[in-house]
Design a binder for this molecule. Structure first.
Ligand code: RIB
Length: 338
């Protein structure tokens, strides 16, 4: 682990000077400040709030870093993390990044400075920068819901590719040949995998993937409404919409209502992520449901197992299946749903 002395050597200054610069205390010329800050960034140095000698003690604190605390998907994930962590004697810090890389990196720095033992991370992209920063500073990490480029980290997720394949196959079986995929950000693995599954189902059915409509936006209601408005202006208009997740679907439904279009009579809609039964009285959305509680609980168990581990281990990539729940929004005849 990088120490203050390593940074001092790299910057060519005394350790006390490094301390002054990173704590903004005492004088240091601009040239020295820049040299010290450059060395801190290059070496991934994180000042520890507690003396190094305490690092061997566990804080018994974990963190869940997620991308949208308002989405019931992540609320249920938080429930899964907290249930497993508290049973094992850990407390949990919850962090919300809004799919923003800089916010994620800021949280990672704060969590390390506050000595958390481990992090369950929903990454806001597919790169491994946050994973590597945590690992370089001795903090255990497990990636959940999405996957990243690193092969040296445990990952627990759902099979977005196959879930998207099944949703698209259902729409094709109902006669739809022009389907629009309104998706999340292309650099997020769940959106990328859903795009791949969508395309593979079209190709397997002999449909021209180039003639389909695909828009990459954000996993938000506002983006869902905007993407829906764009495709409703297309000629010919798609007859079915595949919303990349539940919040995109909510925005799509808003846009369809504003356009006085009925679901499924005028437009079929399918999506990912069932909403919790506690929130929806009579669900009508056709979804690829993800077992998010189980995913988050398993990720936390894995993290706690790693914290107790005394030997080197193989990293795991645990993939849960989605469950296809066919409801009215797909256009399937009601009598077949009973
Ligand atoms: O609604 C949340 C789901 O959609 C998660 O899988 C998240 O990654 C987004 O893709």
């Amino acid at each position: 682990m990088t120490t203050i002395h390593d940074v001092a050597r790299r910057a060519g200054v005394a350790s006390i000077t490094v301390s002054r610069v990173i704590n903004n205390s005492g004088y240091a010329s601009e040239d020295i400040r820049q040299r010290v800050l450059a060395a801190v960034k290059e070496m991934g140095y994180v000042p520890n709030r507690l003396a190094g000698s305490l690092r061997s003690k566990r804080s018994k604190v974990l963190a869940l870093v997620m991308t949208d605390i308002t989405n019931p998907f992540f609320t249920v994930a938080a429930r899964g993390v907290e249930d497993v962590a508290s049973r094992a004697g850990y407390t949990v810090i919850f962090c919300n990044t809004d799919e923003d890389k800089q916010k994620e990196q800021n949280y990672i720095q704060v969590l390390m400075q506050n000595q958390v033992d481990g992090v369950v991370l929903v990454p806001s992209g597919s790169d491994s920068e946050s994973v590597e920063t945590l690992q370089q500073n001795g903090v255990q990490v497990v990636v959940v819901d999405r996957h990243v480029s690193s092969q040296k980290v445990d990952q627990v997720r759902c099979d977005s590719l196959n879930g998207a394949y099944e949703l698209t196959k259902l729409l094709i079986s109902l006669g739809h040949t022009h389907i629009a995929l309104l998706n999340g950000p292309q650099n997020v693995s769940t959106a990328a995998d859903r795009f791949t599954g969508f395309n593979r189902a079209l190709a397997d059915a002999g449909l021209d993937t180039a003639s389909q409509s695909v828009i990459f936006g954000a996993f938000t209601r506002a983006s869902g409404a905007e993407m829906a408005r764009q495709v409703l202006e297309m000629t010919p208009r798609p007859s079915a919409l595949f919303a990349g997740n539940n919040f995109i679907a909510l925005g799509v439904l808003r846009a369809l209502e504003d356009a006085r279009l009925r679901v499924p009579e005028d437009m079929a809609v399918v999506t990912f992520d069932d909403l919790p039964e506690s929130l929806v009285i009579s669900p009508f959305l056709t979804v690829a449901a993800q077992p998010v509680y189980e995913m988050a609980a398993r990720a936390t168990e894995l993290l706690i197992e790693r914290l107790a581990a005394t030997q080197v281990y193989d990293f795991q990539d645990i993939v849960f299946p989605t469950t296809l729940i066919v409801r009215k929004s797909s256009g399937v005849k009601i009598e077949t749903l009973k």
